[in-house]
Design a protein around this ligand. Structure first.
Ligand code: NDP
Ligand code: KPL
Length: 294
């Protein structure tokens, strides 16, 4: 398949690297081209990613699939470019959080596919991504018909597992709940994900938050087990969450689409989630510090 990837950030580059290994033709749409792009599956052993880079959106008009791997808050500026893309090209969105679902409702493309990513990845410099934790990506159709789905899923491998989800909205809410437990705490304590279960106090805070959330969203008691949260921290133990990476790189954090969206769901049930709300307020203040950029 010819696969375009908008955004050569941590997740875009991981997808590009493994999809290129699976023999797809990869074209990154970037704001600034680099000479080459690399993936480190092991620290300090960069491997070249076989791909092209372009910065004219028309170069993606002949793609079979376009993956949108930017942050949620980048999407508003990307709207005019997405509007130029042919209607028949399926778009695959990989954002954490929930608000991008309603964003896709404004797009003209016939097929919208959503992915929920459980791997860990961090950019070590502008042209190298480090894969820091293997985890599956669940992908499902949000609207339309995805003709090439079987070819895409054949790219799955042990290091880059891809699974089909026929309930992608539920999968996305589950991931947003996990991100509410991991990302704010990792950001405020400036810890890699593994520390959240190694440090007893952090683990207790995360467990209290889990109980608080489950008391409000009772139907999730069986859908999101505490053990799954612990497992995600273990699988991505050396990764710094995407929120912490944003904070440390002086970028705007994805607070509203992850934490805000879950607090809003609780509000609809006349509930407050005091611990999560406290993290939300702290993060909002942290987002104002310094000269943060998108
Ligand atoms: N990192 C992780 O471990 C995980 C991240 N996620 C989610 O994946 C999504 C992407 O996160 P992540 O990869 O970490 O983020 P990054 O900040 O590493 O990457 C975002 C990329 O988008 C690019 N971008 C923004 N706007 C445009 C544009 N208009 N045109 C072209 N490129 C653009 C940025 O380019 P530039 O370099 O020019 O700024 C940047 O390279 C987020 O929603 C995140 O929550 C999910 C699971 C794990
Ligand atoms: C999977 C996990 C928790 C990896 O750190 C993530 O989604 C993120 O960092 O945003």
């Amino acid at each position: 398949m010819k696969i375009g990837i908008i955004g050569a950030g941590a997740i875009g580059m991981i997808f590009g690297a493994y999809l290129a290994e699976a023999k797809h033709d990869i074209v990154f749409y970037v704001r600034k081209e680099n000479e080459n792009l690399y993936i480190e599956k092991e620290p300090n052993s960069p491997e070249l990613i076989r791909c092209k880079q372009v910065s004219v959106i028309e170069s993606l008009f002949s793609m079979d699939l376009i993956i949108i791997a930017v942050k949620y808050h980048h999407l508003k500026n990307l709207k005019s470019e997405l509007d130029l893309l042919p209607r028949h090209i399926p778009l695959l969105f990989l954002q954490n959080g929930l608000l991008h679902l309603s964003y896709t409702d404004q797009l003209k493309q016939e097929t919208i596919v959503i992915g929920s990513v459980l791997l860990g990845a961090t950019k070590v410099n502008s042209f190298t991504v480090r894969h820091l934790g293997i985890g599956k990506t669940s992908v499902g159709v949000y609207r339309g018909v995805w003709e090439n789905a079987d070819v895409f899923f054949k790219s799955s491998s042990n290091n880059f597992p891809l699974v089909y989800s026929n309930q992608i909205k539920t999968t996305l809410v589950k991931k947003a709940l996990m991100n509410c437990l991991i990302n704010p705490l990792s950001t405020i304590t400036k810890s890699p994900n593994g520390m959240l279960i190694k440090n007893e106090s952090y683990q207790l805070i995360m467990k209290n938050m889990y109980v608080e959330i489950m008391n409000v969203f009772n139907e999730w008691n069986e859908l999101l087990l505490w053990e799954e949260v612990v497992e995600l921290c273990k699988n991505t133990e050396n990764n710094r969450s995407s929120m912490l990476a944003d904070f440390e790189n002086n970028r705007i954090m994805e607070i509203d689409t992850i934490v805000g969206a879950i607090l809003d769901e609780a509000k609809k049930r006349n509930e407050v989630l005091p611990i999560l709300n406290t993290f939300y307020l702290l993060l909002k203040e942290m987002n104002k510090v310094g000269n943060r950029h998108e």
